[in-house]
Structures are given as C-alpha cells and as structure tokens.
Design a protein around this ligand. Structure first.
Ligand SMILES: Cc1ncc(COP(=O)(O)O)c(C=O)c1O
Length: 357
C-alpha cells in the first residue's frame, strides 16, 4: 500500500529516523536504562515547554491525561471553556467521571475572550478551568497570552490547557503563562506515532490533587508523580518504551531545527494555507482565531470533499473532511509536525489541478 502523505490533523507524518527509533530493542521498564531515558526526555520536554514543572507521561493518547487533569484538579467545580468538539470533550469527561462541571461554549468559529473567563471565575464557583489551545474541529486557536492575565487574578483556580494539536508547533511558555497542566499527544506537532501523551504539572495542581479523594487509578496524576519522584523517573505501569525512544530522538531533531525556526515554519505554512483558502474558498474561523497548526476551510464551492480526497489519494496525498457536524461544510488542512512548505505547495497545487481552480 503506497504511503499517502498526511495533511490530516493527526496522526501526522513521522520521519523515517523516528520510525526507526520506535523499533529499538526493548529494555526493562524498571531498569536504570529506562530511568535514564525518561529523565533525559523529561529535560528535553521541559526546555520545549519552558517549564521547571515535572513532566507526566502516559501510555495513552491525550484524552487520558485530559481525564486525569480535570478529575484530579477539581475539588469544587470545573468550568470548561469550549470552542468546539474537543472543548466539549473535557465536559463529557467530567460528566463521565462524576466531576461537577459547567460548560461555557461559544459560537463555533470564534474564540474565548478574557472577559468570558473573568465573568465566570469571578462567581467564585470554580476551582478548575479548561481551555483548548488549538481546537482541531473548527481550526480555532485561542490566544493564551491574552487569557493568562485573567487567570493570574484567580490563584485558587487550576488552569488546564489542551495543547494536543499545538504543542511543539506553537510556542507555549508554560511557566510564564502560568499554565498549571498542559496536555499534549504524540501524534500531532511532535511528529510521533499515536499512543503517548504528556502533561506539565504545577505545584498548585499537585496541592489541589492532594485534596481530591477520588482521583481514579490509571490517570491519577499524583500516582504518575510519585513514580517520578520515588522511583526515579519511572511510570506506575508499563510505559510505551518505544515511544520514549522515539521522543528522545525527535526532541533532538527539534532542537537541531531550533525552536524559533520550528515555530516560524509553522507560522509560515499556516499563512500560506490561510491565504490560499481565502483566495479559493473562505476561512471557517474568524481570522484572528485561525489556528497556526490546522486550517478549517469553509466549503463555499460545495465540492465533494470525499471525491477530492479520492483524487488526492491517487497522488498519494490526503487531507481531512470537516469534523462531526461540519463534515461536508468544511475541510481541513493540517500544517503541523515535520511537514515543510514544499509539502504544502505540493498539496495546494494538486487541489488546484483537481478542482481546476
Ligand atoms: C484539540 C484536541 N484535543 C484532544 C484530542 C484528543 O487527543 P487524543 O486523540 O490524543 O486522545 C485531539 C485529537 O485529535 C485534539 O485535536
């Protein structure tokens, strides 16, 4: 089966060297070698996230650590700020775990404003708040730097950020923004196969979790922390060691590219796709909220996205239809991870050829 280049918003393309690292022979998950590996990867992730906080790993996709975050960091009630499907997922997770939560959902295509957060938090009802950074379903990116000053006004609120489709593609200065828990997955901008997630974990989040009685088990963030502290960078169950080998290598590749260059590359690819979308279709999100890692395009020409993808498949390319209720109303082009501008140009030229634009 020939490989189709992925322009879907995860999983993304994985570099052959990273795939090779996934095939490294196993080591014991209680060995000194494993300890060294997790410790080394932790230090590299801390640099990328610009945080001194511990890095929690989970042998699950990101939804697992989202569950751990909202469950462990809510003693009173959580407020979920939602701009689409993945914002709504936080709320569903809370409900499924019996965590008291309210949802503040905005019209799709727009973002969360500082005023919305201030208005909700000033009620004093909430001690945990969630924000989606890049909402993959609508292509909306919330502006974390604009929201951070409001969170600073409420020191009792634990701030959780879903950076699943943005971390490693967009600069997120976790500590200077004051984010308590930032969750991401391996299969997006990090450019790894799916199956690993990680989170930053502040001391405020830790203290909160200490006061929460039912933190679950597999996603009990304090349990993850305990194995880092007491077992010297290990994991309560068996880690996906292959992912850790791959992440170790990928973090070096990212460092070689340079963080600034990596963020600039994502920015440039986003601008290229957004300009193209505005020329031939229209952006789904309001322009100031258009995501740097995935562009959601309004299907103003009423094309069949399924047909387009069939034609693209013949050229070994694939993009994504709209998510859920936006299925045929939009289509999405991801520009994340290790994709280069030349890949974007190849895709856009192919679409122009197929649709005779
Ligand atoms: C913004 C966002 N949040 C959460 C998730 C869920 O992550 P995972 O599939 O790694 O559980 C996704 C997956 O696409 C996502 O895009």
């Amino acid at each position: 089966m020939p490989h189709k280049k992925l322009f879907i918003p995860g999983p993304t393309e994985v570099h052959p060297d990273v795939l090779k690292a996934m095939a490294t022979p196993m080591i014991g998950h209680r060995s000194g070698d494993y300890t060294e590996l997790q410790k080394r990867v932790t230090e590299k992730v801390q640099k990328l996230a610009q945080t001194a906080n511990p890095i929690l790993f989970s042998a699950s996709s990101g939804s697992g650590l989202m569950e751990g975050a909202i469950r462990c960091c809510t003693a009173k009630k959580a407020i979920v700020f939602s701009v689409g499907t993945f914002g709504n997922r936080w709320y569903e997770i809370a409900q499924g775990n019996g965590v008291p939560a309210d949802k503040h959902e905005v019209e799709w295509g727009t973002g969360i404003t500082p005023e919305m957060i201030d208005q909700r938090l000033s009620t004093g009802q909430y001690d945990c708040a969630t924000v989606t950074h890049s909402e993959t379903s609508t292509g909306v990116m919330n502006h974390l730097a604009e929201l951070a000053p409001v969170f600073r006004k409420y020191p009792d609120v634990v701030w959780c950020v879903d950076a699943v489709s943005s971390f490693a593609g967009v600069n997120i200065e976790v500590d200077s923004l004051g984010i308590d828990v930032m969750v991401t997955s391996s299969q997006k901008c990090l450019g790894l196969p799916p199956g690993l997630s990680l989170a930053t974990f502040s001391s405020k989040a830790e203290k909160r979790a200490e006061g929460v009685k039912n933190r679950g088990s597999y996603f009990d963030l304090l349990q993850l922390l305990k194995f880092i502290r007491e077992k010297n960078f290990q994991y309560p169950s068996t880690m996906s060691i292959s992912h850790m080998f791959a992440l170790d290598l990928q973090m070096d590749r990212i460092a070689r590219e340079g963080l600034d260059n990596r963020f600039k590359r994502h920015d440039a690819m986003a601008r290229r796709v957004q300009d193209w979308a505005k020329k031939h279709f229209a952006l789904y999100p309001a322009e100031r909220y258009a995501s740097t890692t995935v562009t959601c395009i309004k299907n103003t020409r009423g094309i069949s996205v399924a047909e387009l993808n069939k034609e693209l498949a013949k050229r070994n390319l694939t993009l994504s239809n709209g998510y859920g209720k936006l299925k045929e109303l939009t289509f999405r082009i991801a520009h994340m991870g290790d994709l280069q501008m030349s890949d974007i140009d190849e895709l856009l030229a192919a679409i122009e050829g197929i649709l005779k634009l």
